[in-house]
Design a protein around this ligand. Sequence first.
Ligand code: CP
Length: 306
Amino acid sequence: MPNHLLQLEGLSDERLTQLLDAAAAYLPAARGQGQVPAALAGRLVAQMFFEDSTRTRLSFEAAAARLGARSMSLQGAGSSASKGETFLDTALNVDALGVDAMVVRTSISGGPALLARHVRCAVINAGDGRREHPTQGLLDCLTIREAFGRFNGIHVGIVGDIANSRVARSAIHALTTLGASVHLIGPPTLLPGCFAGVARRAESVHITHDLDAILDRLDVIMMLRVQLERSAGGGIAADYREHYGLTHQRAQRLPSHCIVMHPGPVNRGVEVDDDVADDVRRSQILRQVTHGVAVRMAVLQESMPR
Ligand code: CP
């Protein structure tokens, strides 16, 4: 039976820890240091990206290659989706090619879960609409665990466009389950009441609109990309950087041990200043990318049991 990975919501502390432990074992291989057994030799993975991607798509391809699997790539543009073939029909046809797993990124919230009910192969969610981005959530957790060795007592600030962010949702579910405290920080337009219904279920989630007031309490500051493509005409305030950007001045007010994270791609000069993004002492941004390969190796391997 294939093991799908559709979301982090609902996964137990033990399950998340098991995935992080498996990913941690792959870190040397993800860094290009040493080889691992070709556990997925002979397996075929369809990389199906109906939305743009650099990190997720290439890291899934890297992860598959490092484990000996072969990848086939399908992108929305250039596929028969442009002729009107539905999302489900596309997936059924790819499944009929005999793939062992499909990695799916789509603007349709719940799209990967829909496919999992209809296809024979494993389905791995590579980001669905505003809903979840589970492998991003896992790589974020792995990055924090590598930096601090624990989650209990760690205060993680997630800053910015929370309402539109599947990255934030997956991180919130995983981090609170693992024992971290999460502070959601953003303007009321990007952190509206409708989101609080999700967030407030967890006692360890706190909501504030005042970034400056909380900077000195954070161990981790995770800056989200301002998603202009999902802003639905609401507009992004011109003074976003002034109130919510991690500027050089704000970074100086963070505790010395606080790490800076960002899922990428970075809007430099909007949510993060150049010198903060490039500060090798604090910034984990490129380390997150490497951790993403390790996480995706672990997820791919366990999605296709022998
Ligand atoms: N973090 C992330 O999902 O980046 P991509 O959109 O480049 O895959």
